[in-house]
Every structure is written in C-alpha cells, then in structure tokens.
Design a protein around this ligand. Sequence first.
Ligand SMILES: [Zn+2]
Ligand SMILES: [Zn+2]
Length: 226
Amino acid sequence: MELKFFGRGAAFYPAFGNTNAFFTQDDDLFFLDFGESAFEKAVRMLDLTAYRAIYVLLTHLHADHAGSLASLCSYTHIMLDRTVYIVHPVETVKQMLRLQGICEDLYHYLPQLPEDCPVRAEPCPVQHAQDMQCFGYILRTQDDSLYFSGDAAVLPENVRQLYLRGDIKRLYHDTASHDSKAHCWYKRLEKDIPPEMRKNVFCMHLDGDYEAELKSLGFSVVTAEK
Ligand SMILES: [Zn+2]
Ligand SMILES: [Zn+2]
C-alpha cells in the first residue's frame, strides 16, 4: 500500500491542507478520510472512472476528515454513474450526509470492508473528541500492513506492540506540536517509540512548522502531492 497524501495539516493549519490520503490496491481506489479540501484535489488528480470500486474509509466526522464527502457522493453518482462505498464503524455518517441532501441511494454504507476486498481494515477506537466516536485503522494486504491513526491523542498500546514486534510495518500518526487531549504531542510519540524504530513512523496532521525537529528525532514526515 503506497499512501499518497492530499495534505498533511491539522484542521487549524490550512496551509498544509487536510491530512487525507489515498492508495490503490488491485483495481480498487481507497481514500483515507475526505475532508473539506479533498474533493477539488481528487477530481483534479485522479480519474475516478478508472477503478473497479471506490472506498472511503472514515476515521471520524470532523470537517477536515469528512467535509467534502457529500460532494464526492453526489458527483460520482450523478456525473460518473458510480456509487462510492463509505466505510465507518458507526452509522452517524448517514445522518451527516442526509442533512447535506445526500440520500442513501447516492452511496453504499458499510460498517467494514467486504470480505472479498483486497484490503482488510480493522478499526481501532482512539482518544480524540468527547462527543464523537473516532477510529484509527490497521490496514493489511497479503504482503503489507500499516496503521493510520486519523486524529488521535494516543497511540493505542496494542498497535504499539504490534509495530514494535514487526506485525505492523508502518505507522502514520497524528503529531501535534503541543500537549493536547485531542492530538498526539510528538514528545508522547518520542516516549512510545525507541529511536531505532522511528524511521517507519510517519508524522502527519501537523499544526505548524516543526518538521525539522521531528526528523532530528528520527521520525519520518509525510509529504503532500502537488
Ligand atoms: Zn483533523
Ligand atoms: Zn478531528
């Protein structure tokens, strides 16, 4: 799974864009979140007619993660005669879309990826917002594995253990510049991951310009597609 990023910023740091990613597997296209700036980028960068199926895996419903999902559903259905699959463990996304004029005919809702999908996605509840259920995902294909945190204050201990023993190859994690109950202060990640294991930890959802500091600690930092 080669993740490409539309952006790598936090909600209040729009200069870096929304931290939303995509990848292809076999002939399917997978979006990881679809925030307010994703629609314009997806239409500009991708041929949405070129894939067998389009899946959007949602971590949570904040606008920088789901803000242009309604536009994707109506555009693909009306203009391209395609219906996207929206994957989210809880059905609250239906309510969000209904209030935006997107009825259930315009998308397929799935609580998880179907059995015959070339990717498996295991949702992991994460600490982020008090009024919303939020998830990271462990993603697996036949020969690859990664964890995508979405927005999360803490790396779940079970995921940390899987990574440290090599059962997950890469971590993509929310990385904040400051201590927070909603996002992961990079000094927390520093405690969680020993220096020799940091190269495959990719920092994302940045709220400022501290990339050099993260790299000096041995972490990697995602880059955004142009
Ligand atoms: Zn966010
Ligand atoms: Zn959020």
